[in-house]
Design a protein around this ligand. Sequence first.
Ligand code: GLN
Length: 194
Amino acid sequence: MGIQGDIEEHVRAIAQAMEEEGVHGETTMLKTPESVDLADGVVIPGGESTVMGYLASTNGTLTRLRQRIAEGLPALGTCAGAIALSARVEDRVVGPTKQPLFGVLDATVRRNAFGRQRESFETAVSIPKLGEKPFRGVFIRAPVVSSVGEGVEVLSRLDEGIVAVQQRNILATCFHPELSGDTRLHRHFLSLAR
Ligand code: GLN
């Protein structure tokens, strides 16, 4: 989705992942419902989930993406993108929020879950599905996934909560894989899109 957030980093990570996998494809910015119809997969970046949800809801992009993801369009949501994909959101401070959401991932997400002391940090994250080597997890005012429904596979967790999940065609991470220099998550996303 090309509306708000750290889009360029994802474009670069996807390009690199495609090269490594020998996949030919193009990245475009999804800003309208028509552009959504042409996509084989969508990345919803980090940024500010309230702004992103609001902007996407003003021209029908949110509704169209929600439909297509529910029908199986592969989606990767990172940080604010993970929040936007989730069905339920609460804020660490203010409790349940009423922001516009895609709502396709059967999960509850707690925004800004790490608090002021640890607003931004890096830590090694274990994601067994992607191999033994730990992933460099870059967390920026990150959420955690506080609970998931039955169809959701937990890919990774820290002491504070779940930080990566997959529900069929939907991948969501609380950290920023596009800033890690490690393309394993984007390659996994590409495998869903093929
Ligand atoms: N705190 C942001 C939000 O709630 C997410 C931060 C990020 O994407 N790095 O939308």
